[in-house]
Write a protein that binds this ligand. Structure first.
Ligand SMILES: Nc1ncnc2c1ncn2[C@@H]1O[C@H](COP(=O)(O)OP(=O)(O)OP(=O)(O)O)[C@@H](O)[C@H]1O
Length: 531
């Protein structure tokens, strides 16, 4: 590595088959450009030659060069190093196996008539699992980018079953997207590229059609497991329908990122079936007809899953791949920062780069535009805020002694902001807007009544009457069918102010004009703009 004369620009030389790893700090925005003739990759996206590629602060990643390469960097990050240890060859092997399956599926589905080949009727369906900070998202991104760089025009699906950081829309959402160009790595808000709804123009990351379902929490837990299953079921159904209509999507296959909570064998295990293990993993495998699970690093998880009868019976391949030595462990504060960035970018677009980068001499890759969100007031009566699920169960104080009660696991509860406690809870809450059709309305006498049912308590959890009392929400009947709480979302808003006198919310919306629906789901995701 050497200093490049008076302009203080810096040259990074990358040895063949090595990685140059960087971690940008809060004040570090950089741009890099490839000077050598051979390709250099950032998460398997080939960097355009001799073109500045800007990378926003806080981003972490690695350039990989198969051949000796030279890259110019505007400034050297405080944390950067080269390493000859890389998992790129292993990822390439996995990619080649998946690619073979895609090509055979395409031959079969598009009837090229060849008989000498193995009959494969659909592309690979892969789920990537591993503990926190094991590099799951990075592996998914690399496999997607490798597929999209083949020139085969694959229409690959990317499943985001990790509602925590990083997810595609807003933390708390699970998503399904269908990128048509390699996913960039330039900003930590959009690990899978930004959806067209949140970014103004089709440039570096935008234009990736994405649909989302709102969990309202950062990971699947025993409490929200039933809601999670319904959401994953809907997402699987959506993918199935897409594949029915689009043979290329069926041949291209699906790659799913998962929550690190999936590594907990007892997640979703119920008292009535205490021996069940990896319930949510099996459910996701079924919903997406997964045929391969890639386990990063974790030996025990690999063995557990290989022996799991639910997966064995479906013939799921469980393959272990090594964890990259470059993966950065994110602490809670960094994760919070990522969430905050993701939410901010949804409303405001990606922040503009400092002038020293935008005014660089030479070709610069297209930058994403900033957005102009819109703030307005809406009456408490007009915007119907609902919560979904067991966490909002009614107080148990009125029940006969010894009986416990829960309601339908996807039950809706209307949040009434009139109580002071509710005002506090709703302020800064992110809401997911859901579509409501006339047939979703139910007449009030048919509205779901509180039923007494035998408590279905999940492993390790007890129904706590006192807690439920504290959690008491308005018990007003909800005039909608439960299904609206788990359907695909239309977009997101944030409650940034509450006027108790005028009974109005102030909300931030990504675009001006009428909200697409006035029914919104609250969860546990909050956001205060601190930028
Ligand atoms: N080879 C590498 N060199 C440098 N940074 C890397 C490398 N691989 C991954 N990273 C970075 O490490 C961080 C964690 O990786 P990643 O998000 O892929 O892990 P994860 O397992 O999906 O995390 P989570 O616990 O949030 O689910 C990310 O910021 C990513 O950009």
């Amino acid at each position: 590595m050497s200093e490049d004369g008076p302009k203080e620009q810096i040259i990074v030389d990358i040895e063949p088959g090595s990685e140059w790893r960087f971690e940008l700090e809060a004040d570090e925005n950089i741009a890099l450009r490839v000077l050598s003739p051979d390709p250099v990759f950032l998460n398997s996206e080939e960097l355009p030659p001799a073109t500045w590629y800007p990378i926003h602060r806080y981003t972490k990643g690695a350039l990989y060069a198969p051949c000796q390469s030279r890259v110019e960097v505007t400034s050297l990050p405080a944390s950067q190093y080269s390493s000859s240890s890389t998992i790129h060859p292993q990822l390439l092997n996995v990619h080649l196996a998946l690619e073979r399956q895609r090509i055979l599926a395409k031959r079969h589905l598009f009837g090229s008539g060849s008989t000498g080949y193995e009959r494969i009727d659909r592309g690979p369906r892969v789920m990537v699992m591993g503990p926190p900070s094991s590099g799951k998202t990075t592996v998914v991104k690399n496999l997607v980018n490798l597929a999209l760089s083949t020139g085969m025009r694959w229409n690959i699906g990317v499943g985001g079953l990790d509602p925590s950081s990083p997810s595609n829309l807003i933390p708390g959402t699970i998503s399904l997207s269908t990128p048509s160009h390699p996913l960039p790595t330039h900003h930590l808000a959009h690990p899978f590229g930004s959806p067209p709804t949140s970014t103004a123009s089709s440039t570096l990351a935008a234009d990736i059609p994405t649909v989302g379902w709102w969990l309202g929490g950062l990971e699947p837990t025993n409490k929200n497991a039933e809601v999670w299953k319904v959401l994953v079921g809907s997402m699987g159904e959506d993918w199935r329908k897409k594949c029915e209509k689009d043979k290329m999507a069926l041949a291209s296959g699906l790659i799913v990122d998962t929550s690190s909570a999936f590594t907990n064998p007892l997640l979703g295990t119920k008292k009535d079936d205490p021996k069940a293990r990896y319930t949510l993993v099996s459910q996701a495998v079924e919903a997406f007809e997964i045929d391969t699970i890639l386990v990063i690093g974790h030996e025990k998880l690999h063995i557990d899953l290989s022996r799991l009868p639910a997966l064995q019976s479906k013939g799921v391949n469980v393959i272990r791949i090594p964890k990259s030595g470059g993966v950065v462990d994110l602490d809670d504060a960094q994760r919070e920062l990522v969430h905050s960035f993701q939410i901010r970018s949804y409303f405001y677009g990606e922040p503009s780069l400092p002038q020293e980068l935008t005014s660089l001499m030479g070709k610069m890759i297209g930058l994403n535009g900033t957005l102009n969100p819109y703030s307005f007031q809406i009456g408490w009566e007009t915007l119907v805020v609902l919560r979904v699920g067991e966490e909002n169960s009614a107080p148990t104080s009125a029940l006969p002694l010894g009986s416990a009660r829960i309601l339908s696991p996807t039950r809706l509860t209307r949040v009434d902001p009139s109580g002071p406690a509710h005002v506090v809870r709703l302020l800064n809450t992110v809401l997911a807007i859901v579509d409501v059709k006339p047939e979703d309305r139910i007449k009030s006498d048919k509205a779901p009544k509180i039923e007494e049912v035998k408590a279905e308590v999940t492993e390790g959890e007890e129904v706590k009457a006192e807690e439920a009392e504290e959690e008491e929400e308005d018990m007003e009947e909800v005039p909608f069918v439960e299904e609206i709480g788990t359907r695909e979302v239309l977009g997101f808003i944030v409650i940034t102010g509450i006027d108790s006198q005028k009974k109005k919310y102030t909300v931030l919306s990504p675009s001006p004009g009428k909200l697409p629906s006035t029914v919104a789901l609250a969860g546990l995701i909050e956001w205060v703009d601190s930028a």
